[in-house]
Ligand binder design. Sequence first.
Ligand code: MG
Ligand code: MG
Ligand code: MG
Length: 305
Amino acid sequence: MSTYVFGHTNPDSDSIVGAISLSYLKNQLKEDCVAARQGEISPETKFILNKFGGKLPLLKTSYAGEKVYVVDTTDLAILPNDILEATVLGVVDHHKLGDLTTSTPLECWIRPVGCSNTIVKGMYDYYNVKIPKDIAGMMMCAILSDTVIFKSPTCTKSDVEAVKELAKIAGVEDFKALGMEMFLVKSAVEGASAKDLVKRDYKEFVMGDSRVGVGQLEVVDLTVFNDKKEMLFEEMNRVKKDGALHSIIVLLTDIMTEGSQLLVVSDDESKVEKAFGKTLENHEVWLDGVLSRKKQVIPFLQPLF
Ligand code: MG
Ligand code: MG
Ligand code: MG
């Protein structure tokens, strides 16, 4: 029986590539592992898979009775509903420790770096396993994505070193240019539905007795959203109502000017105002320097609930 390797719901490039890179490593270590995913992939991930000839992981959302490795999260809210009925053999993650618990001992690789694939790179080194060229290219892109080409405050020296080594293996000379090409793909929001945009990189968090949804769209120029805000707010209201959320926030992140415009739909906007020490205007506020949901948004909201 195969073991499945997968990341969080609404998979980002780190979750998809992490499933691919970790399952390959495990296969080299004579564990029968299959890369899986919990949902559709983003245009950015599609670009990465096309660029390096990566295979799309298997779509699978139910894991009762299966053995699994989890990458890029330990939060139950963004794991399969039946994850507690699976045997979790290990986790590889770079987020705050979540609420996943296990009934058996597990392998645990959790480090405060910018990307799960930086940790997976370290695992390859630890086990002395050679990273294939295509997988190295994908891992490099996942790290460039999660660290916003090293601009995010989540980025560490380990991430930069990993990218440099992976670029060499992948035969990519100008990795920053490839990173920009990737973010241009990510910035193409024309033609996308409001639903697709709100949910593209969306996570729900349990804060006190409330649930808060936070989506993020990273682009190279915020003007692409000028004629889209109204439909984004409409969709946010719908998602909030359907999910009985306390708040839903969408971060429109400008990776060039380095900051985020927050769109907020909330039962109590003052919580958001207190969290960031700013006043909302028409349910919006600009936060200079904010690029990371994980490091610069969630930790400030959480204590207010
Ligand atoms: Mg992720
Ligand atoms: Mg990640
Ligand atoms: Mg991210």
